[in-house]
Design a protein around this ligand. Structure first.
Ligand code: C5P
Length: 298
């Protein structure tokens, strides 16, 4: 087994992402939607550790602590390990441990981030035998958000999300992230509902916000003054049915957030504040399911 003896276990953080901007541009012939989105990694994270052992066949096992989640092919992290072994054509026993802290099915890309961390960790254990392009292609085959989660930071993402362009950010963001108890959103269903809401993206329903101004504001540290540029096209579709999320958003604004939005297809909501102290106060006021976070990487 190539290089496998050098390190038997690698542990990585699997960071949450939020969408500072998320516009859905069109529905494609393959059923996916073309996006224009700005993804941003927050310090909230799961912990993923991967161990490999010499073995004459491909064996994968997964344990998840802190949440009830499938531990077989239904779990994206399992499929990530499987896809990597298939790509390098090697046998091994791979054990993946996930300590789950991120809310599930919440729009924070927790599952994608676990899969991304699994891919990075297993690749490291094998001595990084695949090119970066091949790694990102493996990620994209697993899920639309996986390539971004493999790279992280602040990225403009296009296509399904896999076409990335890094965005300079002059200072860290301070965020509170919260999910209303009992609310979950099915991403495919939320996308399907946007088709109806935006008249199949025929241009008759306006959407989007000032994307260029948002990018400039991120670069020059004036997001607070340009908060009207943050945008999420899912909000008018999802928030009317996720009243807990809508309420959290209003409460965050009332607590002094300069912007508060849903992340991804929801129902997690993030509020951005000027200082870390403000996030602590706001999270305390919102209750035990509100988390304080800052930018994971600039
Ligand atoms: O790629 P992923 O498996 O995460 O996507 C889940 C579902 O979300 C897809 O089956 C599709 O219905 C929808 N989706 C989409 N356009 C995207 C990303 C996801 O329509 N860009």
């Amino acid at each position: 087994m190539t290089n496998a003896t050098y390190a038997r276990r690698v542990t990585r953080h699997a960071y949450a992402k939020i969408n500072l901007y998320l516009d859905i541009l069109s529905r494609r012939a393959d059923g996916f939607h073309d996006l224009l989105t700005v993804m941003h990694s927050l310090s909230l994270h799961d912990d993923v550790s991967v161990e490999i052992f010499p073995c004459g066949e491909k064996q994968i096992s997964l344990r998840v602590y802190g949440a009830r989640l499938p531990v077989d092919q239904k779990n994206l992290a399992y499929r990530a390990a499987e896809a990597f072994l298939a790509a390098i054509g090697q046998n091994a026993r791979v054990h993946v441990n996930i300590r789950k802290k991120l809310p599930i099915a919440a729009g924070l890309a927790g599952g994608s981030s676990d899969a991304a961390a699994t891919l990075r960790a297993i690749a490291e254990l094998f001595g990084n035998p695949l090119s970066e392009d091949n790694m990102l292609a493996l990620g994209a085959a697993l899920g639309s958000d996986v390539p971004y989660c493999m790279v992280g930071g602040t990225q403009i993402c296009r296509g399904r999300g896999e076409l990335m362009q890094p965005l300079a950010l002059s200072e860290p963001l301070y965020a509170v992230v919260a999910t209303a108890h009992g609310e979950r959103v099915s991403t495919p269903r939320a996308f399907a509902e946007t088709d109806t809401y935006y008249n199949n993206f025929d241009g008759s329903v306006p959407h989007g916000a000032d994307f260029d101004r948002l990018c400039r504001a991120l670069a020059d540290g004036t997001l607070g003054e340009n908060a009207d540029c943050l945008y999420n096209a899912f909000e008018p579709v999802v928030l009317p049915t996720c009243t807990g999320a809508a309420d959290l958003r209003e409460r965050m604004l009332a607590l002094g957030a300069y912007a508060a939005h849903m992340s991804g297809s929801g129902p997690s909501v993030f509020g951005l504040f000027k200082t870390h102290d403000q996030t602590l106060d706001a999270a305390r006021a919102l209750g035990p399911f509100a988390y304080v976070a800052t930018s994971a990487k600039l």
